[in-house]
Design a protein around this ligand. Structure first.
Ligand SMILES: Cc1cc2nc3c(=O)[nH]c(=O)nc-3n(C[C@H](O)[C@H](O)[C@H](O)COP(=O)(O)OP(=O)(O)OC[C@H]3O[C@@H](n4cnc5c(N)ncnc54)[C@H](O)[C@@H]3O)c2cc1C
Length: 497
């Protein structure tokens, strides 16, 4: 089977760069009775960890409670979660008493956080997880292209491929295919319209995140708070920042790659922090912000926070296979579901493709690029530091970002992109030569996360743009345009300040 993937903008530029970056089953969905979703996604954590330990790192999720009664109740809920997720004994939850809470999360306010249940969850870098999977697909023979937007279907009745337009050249191309898959997230309904005039089936929900300096909100683990709407709000440490999220607001406008970050949502997150910490944060302390759209499948009478996160696969009137809903965590299972539908389409078309060409399930016996690394990332970082002398913080960041390929990235250039910066020039070369970056935002948002997770990103913009202009052959005018575009986007994301 040969596969081509066309992405309208940059890889992971839709919802998959805007998530909370948790590979998790979602305790909340258990309370909502969505046992199958929780079971699937909770079990998926171990699979993704085995594929890419650097992109699925175990952490303790701390759920603070005010009383012993709540401690006992939460421990039961977590126990069910662990049983559904097949969590191994050594990773099972712990109960923290007052002393342990004070020692491990000293910034938490005692009245609301006398005790805590802590359980295993996994943190990822959603953009890099997407890239790792794409590179894995390419290694198996797939062709992938970014900035190529599908705008029509080939064929009279059954879809026999797509037409697409290149955002760089404006050129139109045709890609013939026995089966077309629509995996366009929040744009699923718009893409279904290429097939026929069909009823929309998605309900989009906007969720935002904001980042503040870690020194302004010091947390050591993943901390779960409960917002005034009863939903969880996470405080998650990543390098020099702690990021907070998320919200759930119905988005009625058409899907967009950059939904707005609304003041009311920012206030909601910062107020929740005040409930749990002796810390009062103001919007001025926010160093990065982003919003994304959940592509949920609508059900009459349900609000977006009540809607199931389960994925569904539909076959349209012209045979296009659409996959919708789901979570980042469950992507392998979703791919399996799609494969099953594609196989049925092949059979229905009596294609010459034999069943034997389908391996049946997605292979999990190997690792993703960079994933052949020991689970103990700290040890790998120490070795990298010893070998290259970059300092432990940089080595740790490189190991988490590139896994076993960190050494290859360093070989492309170990000098910082600007004096005192943590970002290395080799990372910019890698972003272009290996990870398919074409624009400044591709590098500073998705390949490196600097726009969201580095409070000092302002000092990186100009030098990174200059390095990219050399690598991509930009004129001085194009370079300035790239800088202006990125700065405008950042201004828009941070208008609430
Ligand atoms: C705030 C928030 C927090 C979340 N947190 C988590 C979490 O912690 N853990 C978790 O597991 N899940 C989480 N999720 C859910 C998860 O992020 C999404 O389910 C997942 O990323 C959706 O992926 P997708 O590929 O379906 O959509 P997308 O990532 O949006 O991908 C669809 C792609 O299709 C492209 N496209 C659109 N139209 C066309 C066209 N015509 N031609 C070519 N390409 C096109 C778009 O550019 C886009 O890149 C969160 C979601 C949100 C909004």
């Amino acid at each position: 089977m040969s596969v081509a993937l066309l992405e309208a903008k940059d890889f992971s530029s839709g919802t998959s760069s805007k998530s909370s970056k948790l590979i998790h089953g979602g305790l909340r969905y258990l309370a909502m009775g969505h046992f199958r979703v929780v079971r699937h996604t909770a079990r998926e954590r171990a699979v993704v960890h085995a594929l890419a330990p650097h992109l699925c790192e175990p952490h303790w999720m701390v759920f603070p409670v005010a009383s012993r009664r709540w401690l006992a109740l939460m421990a039961v809920v977590v126990r069910v979660y662990e049983t559904l997720g097949g969590v191994k004994r050594s990773d099972r939850h712990r109960r923290w008493g007052r002393a342990e809470v004070a020692q491990n999360e000293p910034a938490l306010r005692a009245e609301k956080s006398r005790y805590a249940v802590t359980f295993r969850e996994y943190l990822t870098d959603d953009c890099r997880l997407v890239l790792a999977n794409l590179r894995d697909a390419v290694a198996s023979g797939a062709q992938v292209a970014n900035y190529l937007s599908v705008d029509g279907l080939l064929g009279e009745n059954q879809a026999e491929g797509v037409t697409a337009q290149c955002a760089l050249t404006g050129r139109s191309i045709q890609v013939k295919a026995a089966v077309v898959v629509n995996a366009t997230g929040p744009w699923v309904d718009a893409t279904r319209q290429l097939e026929a005039d069909v009823e929309p089936r998605l309900a989009l929900s906007r969720g935002i995140h904001v980042a503040v300096r870690r020194t302004d909100l010091p947390v050591n683990n993943l901390v779960t708070m409960t917002g005034s709407d009863g939903r969880p709000v996470f405080a998650l440490p990543r390098g020099p920042v702690t990021y907070l999220g998320t919200t759930d607001t119905r988005h009625l406008d058409p899907a967009t790659h950059h939904p707005s970050v609304e003041q009311i949502d920012v206030d909601f997150l910062l107020t929740t922090v005040e409930d749990y910490f002796d810390i009062s944060l103001t919007p001025k302390q926010v160093t990065g912000a982003w919003a994304g759209l959940r592509p949920l499948i609508s059900k009459p009478g349900q609000t977006t926070s009540e809607l199931s996160r389960k994925d569904e696969v539909w076959v349209g009137p012209r045979g296009v296979v659409t996959v919708a809903g789901g979570k980042l965590t469950g992507y392998l299972q979703m791919a399996d579901d799609v494969l099953e539908a594609v196989e049925t389409q092949f059979s229905a078309e009596q294609s010459l493709t034999s069943r034997a060409e389908f391996s049946g399930t997605i292979s999990v016996s190997k690792t993703l690029p960079g994933g052949d690394i020991a689970s103990d990332l700290s040890l790998a970082a120490q070795t990298l530091d010893t070998d290259h002398g970059l300092g432990l913080p940089i080595a740790e960041r490189l190991v988490r970002r590139y896994g076993s390929e960190a050494g290859a990235v360093i070989a492309l250039g170990k000098e910082p992109v600007a004096p005192g910066a943590h970002l290395l020039s080799g990372e910019i070369v890698w972003a272009v030569q290996v990870d398919g970056a074409l624009f400044l935002a591709d590098v500073l948002e998705r390949r490196t996360g600097s726009m969201w997770f580095d409070p000092e990103v302002g000092a990186l913009v100009e030098p990174v743009a200059q390095q990219l202009s050399g690598l991509l052959g930009w004129t001085a005018e194009q370079t300035s345009e790239q800088i202006a575009l990125l700065e405008r986007q950042q201004e828009t994301d941070l208008t609430f300040i």
